[in-house]
Design a protein around this ligand. Structure first.
Ligand code: SER
Length: 581
């Protein structure tokens, strides 16, 4: 039986309700491109909202992390992955959670206790040492030498700089044929982490202070790819049952063996799997030059480049064969793959055709460039992007294979210049420059920050933006909140925004590192999407937000703020429609 099924079965027997995997593209959170952990769609419930399926939940969740994109090609990294998770929303806490994990691993998956070790939180200034978890582990048969006490970096887990968080206990497996040492050494990478149980009892505020959440929750996450490799005893994830057939198909298409061509085959397999899941997501993502669409484009183009390296005839139906195999393997668990089958295949094919038209010439051009230059400047990298459709990351990858550096900053500058030019050109088409970043939109942008700050003030600092949409006529703002706003609350919010407008607060912009922005408590739900250098917009002393802008200079330019409508957007998310008069 598949480990996903075993996991769900086990937790159902322990009184959990299975919830479906949320989409890869978060529905109400524009601050991240993709779901990066199983708990992400559950944040409102960890914060105290009532979940319609009860207080014991389990699932397998589609996740995508871009932080590891460059690492893909080795034995363990993936972009898309699945996470098995179980949650207690105020139902059970440390003892039961640890007992369940132990029982699942040793009874269901039959892992010998002797191959396990754990880490627990050693405590910090604000939070005590987690002796409770250590004692539970010990009572189950994990000897003291196999329990490591580690600090914040290792045994404290948070969704972001603010929000639900808590100490955790991590479970490790001895993945080696070498003799198992008596004591657990967390620095020894033959011990691999397989499961993380987070005891989410705190809420971290933007000023760094920590308070208790309304309930003590448990959030666990076990990476599916890893546990499958562990159980099957393989040291290369791509040799596990998850990937075996896909790699075999790539071998067949290329007429080459996996051995000796691992890197390109892994990249093709990983990137096409991720592309299939992005393209099948209900968000309707298609390849483009921004956000999720750009990631999809990058992944498909990188897969094509590696297919070319393996001498695959790009015009053949290689990508269709591989995508079909991937879909048939997953459609039982993710029915959307069946529904979106044709759309996925068309997206892959069209993007392939588009890129293939310029790929050959682009690669020749690249060869010409590197035969003459020792470094690739921004203008040249932009030329490869603009004329041959080479994502900058592809140029960097090609260059690094030859030990050549690329001036990425120069490229970004060129790119910005180009975007500004096309914006001005587009604005020209709409008399008076009201396209996208027109004057009214700019005003609504700034008002959005004011509204965000006012909601925090009136409803509590846990209130965060979940979505936003602006036109020249109105603004729309989604935020987490567990109730319909009362007339009084609406009035207070409206009055506060208008008060700030009348005060004539100055809007200032400061460029800083992402780290610094988070340290000074700038509003940002999740940091994944932001570049390393960000703009922080401040409004007087009442608001600090990481934002791309544009904004007006002083709040007195805004007029009068009026809430037109307040309604439900989705579970635990409210929506305000408002105008400036
Ligand atoms: N949120 C934790 C993690 O991602 C446990 O699910 O590791």
């Amino acid at each position: 039986m598949n480990i996903k099924d075993l996991f769900i079965d086990f937790f159902k027997k322990k009184g959990h309700t299975q919830i479906p995997s949320a989409p890869l593209v978060p529905e109400n959170d524009p601050s991240v491109l993709f779901n990066t952990a199983g708990m992400q769609p559950l944040i409102p419930y960890l914060m105290g909202e009532i979940h319609p399926s009860g207080n014991r939940l389990c699932d397998y969740q589609k996740c995508l992390r871009l932080t590891d994109l460059e690492e893909v090609g080795d034995t363990t990294h993936h972009t898309f992955f699945e996470m098995l998770g179980n949650w207690s929303l105020g139902s059970y806490f440390k003892k039961e959670s640890i007992e369940y994990s132990f029982e699942f691993l040793t009874n269901v998956l039959k892992i010998p206790v002797d191959r396990l070790a754990v880490s627990v939180f050693k405590g910090s200034e604000k939070i005590p040492c987690d002796e409770e978890s250590a004692n539970v582990w010990n009572s189950l048969g994990i000897p003291k030498e196999r329990i490591a006490y580690l600090g914040m970096e290792d045994n404290f887990w948070a969704a972001g700089e603010t929000g639900p968080c808590g100490s955790d206990t991590e479970i490790f497996y001895w993945r080696s044929n070498d003799e198992i040492p008596v004591a657990f050494d967390p620095e020894d990478d033959r011990w691999v982490e397989i499961w993380n149980n987070v005891f989410m009892e705190y809420d971290r505020k933007s000023d760094g202070s920590i308070s208790f959440l309304p309930k003590k929750n448990v959030d666990t996450g076990m990476g599916y790819e890893r546990i499958v490799s562990v159980i099957e005893g393989v040291h290369d994830n791509y040799e596990s049952s998850i990937w075996k057939d896909i790699i075999a198909l790539i071998e067949q298409i290329t007429n080459l063996t996996y051995s000796g061509n691992e890197k390109s085959m892994r990249i093709i397999a990983d990137h096409l799997r991720t592309s299939v899941f992005i393209a099948a997501d209900p968000a309707g993502i298609v390849p483009s030059n921004t956000d999720q669409g750009y990631i999809l484009r990058r992944l498909i183009r990188r897969a094509i480049r590696h297919a070319k390296k393996l001498n695959i005839d790009i015009n053949s139906d290689w990508e269709e064969q591989i995508a079909k195999k991937i879909m048939s393997q997953y459609e039982h668990y993710y029915p959307e793959l069946m529904e979106k089958r044709d759309i996925v295949l068309t997206i892959l094919k069209e993007e392939k055709q588009k890129f293939n038209r310029t790929l050959e010439k682009g690669l020749k051009e690249f060869e010409k460039i590197v035969s003459k230059k020792e470094a690739i400047d921004g203008i040249t990298a932009f030329h490869l992007y603009d004329t041959y459709g080479f994502p900058i990351e592809l140029t960097i990858e090609l260059a690094s294979e030859r030990n050549i550096v690329v001036d990425e900053i120069g490229f970004q500058e060129k790119m910005k210049e180009h975007q500004e030019k096309s914006r001005t050109a587009a604005a020209g088409k709409f008399k008076g420059g009201l396209a996208g970043d027109g004057q009214m939109e700019t005003k609504y942008h700034t008002t959005t920050h004011l509204l965000n700050a006012a909601l925090k003030e009136i409803l509590g600092s846990n209130t965060h933006q979940r979505g936003s949409n602006i036109t020249a006529e109105r603004m729309r703002f989604d935020f987490n909140c567990d109730h319909k706003l009362t007339e009084e609350e609406k009035e207070k919010v409206e009055n506060l925004v208008n008060f700030w407008i009348q005060e004539g607060l100055e809007v200032t912009k400061e460029e800083m590192t992402k780290q610094k922005a988070l340290e000074i408590g700038a509003e940002a739900m999740f940091i994944e999407k932001y570049p390393d250098i960000v703009n922080v917009y401040k409004i007087g002393t009442i608001s600090k937000e990481i934002c791309g802008g544009p904004h007006i200079k002083n709040t007195k330019e805004l007029g009068t703020f009026k809430i037109k409508k307040e309604e439900a957007s989705s579970a635990g998310v409210r929506r305000i429609k408002a105008v400036l008069e």
